[in-house]
Structure formats: C-alpha cells, structure tokens
Write a protein that binds this ligand. Structure first.
Ligand code: PMP
Length: 312
C-alpha cells in the first residue's frame, strides 16, 4: 500500500511475490529511509493458524517510523496486511512443530529526494516465507571490540534497515574466524554487553536471569519482552540491568532470543582470546523458557496472556 500526501495509506492490494518498480532517487535506496518487522504464524495441532503478538510489531514499526520521519500505516492496516499475507499463503504454513511462516512487513521511502530529507511518498509492503525451526544450541559467539552496532542518540532502538548495514563487516570477519555470531558491546564505555546481531541476550546465574536494559541502543525485542514475563511466571528472579562483559565468565548459561531464533542457547563466548563454555539442554533456564514460549506459540499451552491471535 502507498501513502498519499497527507501521510495516510491506501487500502492496499494483494499481488504475486515479485519485483517492484522503484525510482533510483528514492529515499530508501539513497539514504536508507526504511524500517521493517519480523513475526511468525504457527499451525496448531487442531488446524488453526496463530500469529504471535502481531500488535507489538505494529507498535514497534510505528515507533521506528516516527524516528525515521516516515508516516506509518495504522495498527489496523498493519494487522490487516499481515493477516491477508498469511491467509493467502496459508497452505505454506509448515505443520505443527515443523517451523513457522515468517512474515516481513517493510515500510520505505519510495518518493524521490535528491537531498537528505524525508521522502514525499512511502510504500508499505508485506511478504512471507516458510521457515524451519532454528534452535541449534550451537552458537559460538565472539565479543566484538572493533565495531559498534549502535550509539546513544542513534537508531539502534528501532528496526531501521540501516542498523544491519553497519554490522556486515563485523559478521563477515567473525564468520571467517569460525564464529557463528557477534556479541556487541556498548559504544560509550565498551564495557557492557548489548545484543547479538539479530537477537537479544540473557545471562543466567543461580536462578537469576539478567538482560541488558532497552535504553535506546538495543532493539526492544518482542521475544525478549515475552521471556521476561515467562521468567517471572516460572519463578526466576529477573533483572534488567547493565551487564559488564566480565560477568560472562561467571555465568552458568547464556541464551539469545528473537523471532527467528526463538530461544537459542549459547555454546561458547570468546572475549579477548578467552573462551568460556555454558550449560545447555534439559533442566536449563533456556530449555524451561523455550518449552513455555513455544507451547503458547503453537497452541499447546493455554495463552493466559492473550498473546496469540487466530488468523481470520
Ligand atoms: N535485536 C536485533 C538487532 C534484531 O534484529 C532482533 C530481531 N528482530 C532482535 C533483537 C529480537 O527481536 P524480536 O524478538 O522482536 O524478534
């Protein structure tokens, strides 16, 4: 769907997945004026299709649009677009427990702008793809010291497309050294852990689960928010606080959370040449949280929080 001059969006159309026309002087291509979202739809044992917290994605996109000087679709328009996209691809939603349908809403400046300023027109597009389960437990992270992901006052707290451009080089170098992903540190002191390239991080010690606060440089993950609530329900003590990188050496477990990875236990972290390995598997906090979260997402555990929305 496209925006008109007053910043409101049209009703939108459903089309076959394919290329789109875009002007070479559009805001998105030249200045990265874009934000996106990622959410999943799950098939349940009794044949329903459930979306996990889609309104949270709609709200986060609105926040991101505001930061990037863009108008955004209304919450209803966002939810309707997601619903229609999943509905029209219903047969591709994987069977229960075999993955999910990943939905990608993308809002971008498609109007022409030669100078750096907000584009005069916007396009909101939503597409989807089936994805498998991604719970490898084989994450070997390296703490990144040379590159920073986000600075205070920047766009790290929203899902701007340009946030990912800044980390290509860090990821490429880490992979070349045999690591699976990177753990970024804060840009000011270079001392506190922030997040992994596309997921939030949690550290466990003696039944206390800690995660860095979302203070503008970390993406406020929807899985992160859900895990904090589930941790309380399961009786863990939960702390949102600045975590010095040195604490990784005393931690019992470390895990990452995100829509794509769900909850992924970390196998090892390397910092300044020191490597530490963590507990994984049955009985860990990561496993207990995973069981409850995926149970709710797949409709196996009653959703007392009202997180899942049935596709209509
Ligand atoms: N941090 C970053 C940088 C991400 O790209 C993501 C994925 N959206 C997350 C954290 C996790 O967020 P969510 O749980 O909403 O997927």
């Amino acid at each position: 769907m496209n925006s008109s001059e007053d910043g409101t969006f049209s009703k939108g159309i459903l089309t076959r997945f394919g290329n789109m026309d875009i002007n070479p002087s559009s805001g998105i291509l030249n200045y990265g004026q874009g934000v996106f979202e990622g959410l999943k739809a799950f098939r349940t044992e009794n044949g329903k299709i459930l979306l996990f917290r889609p309104e949270e994605n709609a709200k986060r996109m609105k926040m991101g649009a505001e930061r990037m000087c863009m108008p955004s679709p209304t919450i209803d328009q966002f939810l309707n677009a997601v619903n229609r996209t999943v509905h029209s691809n219903k047969r591709w939603v994987p069977p229960p427990g075999k993955g999910a349908m990943y939905v990608r809403p993308l809002l971008m400046g498609t109007g022409i702008c030669l100078g750096v300023r907000p584009a005069p027109e916007y396009t909101f597009a939503t597409y989807a793809s089936p994805v498998g389960n991604y719970h490898t437990g084989d994450l070997n992270l390296i703490v990144e010291e040379k590159f920073r992901r986000a600075t205070p006052g920047g766009t790290g707290g929203v899902k701007a497309v340009t946030n990912y451009a800044t980390i290509y080089k860090a990821i490429t170098e880490a992979k070349a050294k045999g690591f699976t992903d990177i753990l970024f540190l804060d840009a000011v002191a270079g001392k506190y852990i922030e997040e992994v390239s596309t997921s939030n991080i949690f550290v466990v010690k003696e039944n206390v689960i800690s995660t860095p606060p979302t203070n503008g440089t970390i993406l406020p993950g929807i899985t992160r928010k859900s895990i904090i609530q589930i941790a309380h329900i399961l009786g863990y003590q939960m702390e949102e606080r600045a975590i010095p990188v040195e604490e990784l050496f005393d931690a019992e477990e470390v895990f990452c959370t995100g829509t794509a990875v769900v909850i992924n236990p970390v196998n090892s972290i390397t910092y300044q040449g020191r490597r530490i390995e963590y507990k994984r598997g049955a009985g860990t906090a990561a496993q207990n949280l995973y069981e409850m979260l995926t149970g709710i997402q797949n409709g196996r555990i009653e959703d007392e929080m009202g997180w899942v929305v049935e596709l209509n």
